[in-house]
Design a protein around this ligand. Sequence first.
Ligand code: FAD
Ligand code: NAD
Length: 467
Amino acid sequence: MSTPEYDLVVIGAGPGGYVAAIRGAQLGMKVACVEKDAALGGTCLNVGCIPSKALLDSSERFEEATKHLAAHGVKVGDVALDLPTMLGRKDKIVKQLTGGIAHLFRKHKIEHVRGLGTLLGGGRVGVTGDGERRELAAKHILVATGSTPATLPGIGLDGDRIGTSTEALAYPEVPKHLVVIGAGVIGLELGSVWARLGAAVTILEYMPSLLPMMDAEVSKLASKLFPRQGLKFQFGAKVVGAEVRGEEVVVRYEDKGGAMQEVTGDRLLVAVGRKPNTEGLGAADVGLTLDRRGVIQVDAHYRTGVAGIYAIGDVIPGPMLAHKAEEEGIAAVEHMAGLSGHVNYDAIPNVIYTHPEIAAVGKTEEELKKAGIPYRAGSFPFVANGRAKAMAQTDGFVKILAHEQTDRILGVHAIGPRASDLIAEAAVAIEFSASAEDLARSVHAHPTLSEVVKEAALGVAGRTIHL
Ligand code: FAD
Ligand code: NAD
């Protein structure tokens, strides 16, 4: 059988891989995308961004109905949780979206080759699936194999009582006591989901405080607000083991004073980061450089050291974010086509979908101080914004950091309602090298939450209006 030839073979159909495949097809390439799973969309669509946000939204509505509607003068009777319907709704959304990618592939004549992709060298990719092995030949190969949950020594995942985010997106009943290892993004988002639905949630975190990489004022406010929502934190906790005893899980950890402690729950969520996925890929065999964590090393154009092989997304260095993977995929494919795609890493927004949401783009004050960059800060609280008052969601603020001399925006940090949407304006401003005055002089609709961003920009020059 002859080996089919492609301009581009993408390995992995997550947001990095599928978007790159579509961009390749748009540029006239003959494209195949090798994906080992039946559903396209990778971690993000199947067990990541989308199902978690579906549950965050549903659980927020449940909490609204149980705790907040009365203040709006809306009386509801007994509110009951129908968990199977909530989970079913999430599954339906995932199915619709993954099916949507299959449709986009057909539309762009991208071949989905089902199976595990292996780099064979010499521009060839082996695919093992459905009991057979095939070979594909490609001018360009893009590795977009993403990541999988990291585990801890002493913690054996059993896919039931002790699991990762994948299990926590589908617990069959609300845990009585959910123990989470890791107060990172997954711990906070999925901890919030189950706390809202009635679980007691204890989060064990190795670091001494919450979200140390975020802006310090944002972390401080988050540390105040989240415990009020039923999230209990143990900082400085070094987990050393966990054991399932019947329907319980006993988790052992060393506390900040060095004493051994135990906490017992009925489910344990291990959320201690993710590791690059190069299993079965044959990356080292063909000469790709991996660091000791298995992260594939690339240059500024996503080229690995091996001619014709590129890599993007969670499997290369940088934040593990879907939109980062997508933009890298586009830039890599454009580079293959002789165009000049690039990603501005200073303008990648980062969002935590808790309540209130936390969002940031660019540098933090701590980073600017460390780098010796002079800056001015302006901030504005949601409590002074008319729309936030109308929504009864007044916790939080937006802070803008701009260069002291040039006024160029260097960082924007938000904690508050719809911070995830508000940060888009800030990312565009940074991408266009806008000054704080540019933002401050732009007309923002009234009454909207976006006026908080405008007022924070005015604050950089010490001239907020509504405070
Ligand atoms: P992936 O999405 O991991 O896709 C890689 C694909 O490659 C997979 O489909 C895998 O099956 C396939 N594959 C791997 N090896 C092979 C092989 N050898 N052959 C064939 N196929 C292979 N990010 C955000 O930006 N926003 C969020 O809100 C968000 N929420 C998240 C919530 C959770 C619970 C989790 C776990 C993650 C979340 N993320 C979020 C992170 C986001 O999912 C990842 O950053 C993103 O999916 C990375 O995209 P990728 O294309 O690099 O890899
Ligand atoms: P994370 O890196 O965000 O957080 C892991 C946390 O676990 C850290 O706070 C770390 O200090 C702690 N930790 C590590 N080892 C520990 C130990 N032995 N004991 C106690 N605590 C320990 O990782 P995550 O929450 O697992 O998320 C994985 C990735 O998925 C993130 O990198 C993130 O980019 C991505 N993600 C993004 C979103 C989003 O964009 N909203 C949502 C979910 C996941």
